[in-house]
Design a protein around this ligand. Structure first.
Ligand code: CUA
Length: 163
């Protein structure tokens, strides 16, 4: 059987693309540490407000430069962030701080995203989401909800201020 020269070229190109694809995935996993966020536990969504640690929302310094931020995704706020919630407040941390966000939802699916970082995780009722990030650069980081969660989805935002 004779293989046409063009076929040979296409076959070679396909092989190269497959190898490049495998290298790209391998580099993102091993060199850059990209991975899917794993669920960190389950919780009864309706009881979330009364269940530890979500019965005590907010920022705690657990070690020098290391913080834990416990948050609740609710229609339509990232409790206890300020955003449009008059009772909430922005969180302020010094540059170089590592923050572990522990979040759950007490109602519907929300999407936790912090602009300018690689923080991007689903917040699902019944599950606990945990993401850790080191804020090296000073600035104001906008926190948004990127999963449509109803009428005032666009009002679900807040700020992390790194000074
Ligand atoms: Cu919460 Cu959109």
């Amino acid at each position: 059987m004779k293989i046409h020269a063009y076929e040979r070229i296409y076959l070679a190109l396909c092989a190269v693309l497959i190898v490049l694809g495998v290298i790209a995935v391998g580099m993102s996993v091993f060199a850059r540490g990209v991975h899917l966020p794993a669920p960190h536990g389950t919780i009864l969504a309706a009881e979330a407000v009364k269940t530890a640690p979500f019965d005590n929302l907010g920022l705690t310094e657990v070690a020098p430069g290391e913080y834990q931020m416990v948050m609740l995704g609710q229609m339509w706020q990232w409790n206890p962030l300020k955003g449009e919630n008059p009772n909430g407040k922005d969180i302020t941390i010094p540059a170089g701080s590592t923050v572990t966000f522990t979040i759950t939802s007490s109602d519907v699916v929300h999407g936790f995203m912090v602009r300018g970082t690689n923080i991007n995780a689903m917040v699902i009722p019944g599950q606990i989401t945990e993401v850790t990030y080191t804020f090296d650069k000073p600035g104001e980081y906008l926190v948004i909800c990127h999963e449509y969660c109803g009428r005032f989805h666009h009002k679900m935002w807040g700020k992390v201020i790194v000074s």
